[in-house]
Design a protein around this ligand. Structure first.
Ligand code: F0G
Length: 344
């Protein structure tokens, strides 16, 4: 059962509204005991890679595309660093709408491009950044008669509030910190709105500090200035001009949180650490864990607090980046001695 059935009362939908359902949400909240020992906090991972298209985007897309159907749109359009396009393509197909996608050429993980194409989207690689692609989408959508399903669409953020609802439902409490990667700054804004909604409903007693992590080469929320040529191995968050920057800044400030940047090397180390706990998340998703280790080494991570990290996307979407760091495949003859030798 997807989020429109489980959390419908929190969304602007009526009984007659179209309700898509690919079984999104209800993702695992996994306790990471071994990392807790190193970090001296209580630590959980919200594994959003378990969503139908392998990222948190499905939570917002199911509502945005359902509403587009209700409004009679014939199709949807988005710019994307990959995951939004995969999700938009899947939900548009499920709802019988067309999907058009603008990607920054050469900067999207192959698995995500494959998803958008296989789900049936028209995919255009634009010679420019994600920020350039989003600007074009916003300018062209009205002429093309298409509904924009990037996080400038308020339905996206409303649907993504469900991540916060689930964390509270699963923990039976709210965490002290929510640690989350930040690109276009929509998800951190949505989580904040979700926690605030639960607080207003009396379902939790306090809200967490929102702690947003960016890659050093694409960290406008940390530096306070937009970045013209963002660059990072975490291509999902290779964004220099976040459209939700001011809302996210406000959420972080009033929650008592902060933004922090981590290097590509720290992100890839964190990806390996998580993999050794049995969780394969894409590089962008590992920025929070990289950040927690950085804060710990600087004495800035309070002992004993409850931290939930949002692992936003599945590692299988981007195989090229981590394979360079993993061990080599060992090929031998189909022979017991040869196998024994390589296995040691
Ligand atoms: N993590 C992953 C895996 C993402 O794909 C994104 C954003 C983020 C984190 C950051 O979320 O933008 O709400 O701050 N991906 C978008 C896309 C931009 O096009 O797929 P945000």
């Amino acid at each position: 059962m997807g989020i429109l059935s489980r959390y419908g009362r929190f969304f602007p939908i009526s009984p007659g509204s179209p309700r898509l359902d690919l079984g999104e949400g209800n993702t695992p909240l996994v306790r990471l005991g071994r990392l807790e020992e190193l970090l001296e906090v209580q630590l959980w991972a919200k594994v959003e890679g378990a969503n139908p298209t392998g990222s948190f985007k499905d939570r917002g897309m199911v509502l945005a595309v359902s509403k587009a159907m209700e409004e009679g749109a014939r199709g949807v359009i988005c710019a994307s660093t990959g995951n939004t396009s995969a999700s938009a393509a899947a939900y548009a197909s499920a709802g019988g709408l067309s999907c058009s996608v603008l990607l920054p050429s050469g900067k999207v993980a192959k698995g995500k491009v494959a998803q958008a194409l296989i789900y049936g989207a028209k995919v255009v690689a634009v010679k420019g950044s994600f920020d350039d692609a989003l600007k074009l989408v916003r300018e062209m959508a009205p002429q093309l008669g298409l509904k924009v399903v990037n996080s400038v669409n308020p339905m996206r953020l409303k649907g993504q509030m469900s991540g916060a609802f689930e964390i509270c439902d699963q923990l039976k409490d709210s965490p002290d910190w929510l640690a989350i990667p930040v690109g276009n700054a929509g998800n951190i804004t949505a989580y904040w709105a979700g926690f605030m909604r639960y607080l207003r409903e009396g379902l939790i007693r306090k809200v967490p500090a929102m702690v947003g992590f960016q890659a050093e080469g694409a960290s406008p929320m940390v530096s306070g200035t937009f970045v013209d040529s963002p660059n990072t191995v975490a291509t999902a968050i290779r964004i220099g001009k976040p459209v939700n920057a001011s809302k996210a800044r406000w959420a972080v400030k009033i929650s008592g949180g902060f933004f922090e940047a981590v290097s590509d090397r720290e992100i890839l180390e964190a990806q390996m650490r998580l993999a050794r706990c049995g969780i394969f998340a894409e590089p962008a998703s590992c920025a929070p864990l990289a950040g927690l280790f950085k804060l710990k080494s600087q004495g800035r991570l309070p002992k004993g607090i409850k931290v939930v990290m949002v692992l936003t996307g599945n590692g299988l979407k981007d195989l090229e980046t981590p394979l360079g760091m993993a061990g080599d495949l060992l090929e031998v003859e189909a022979d017991q001695d040869a196998i024994r030798e390589v296995l040691g």
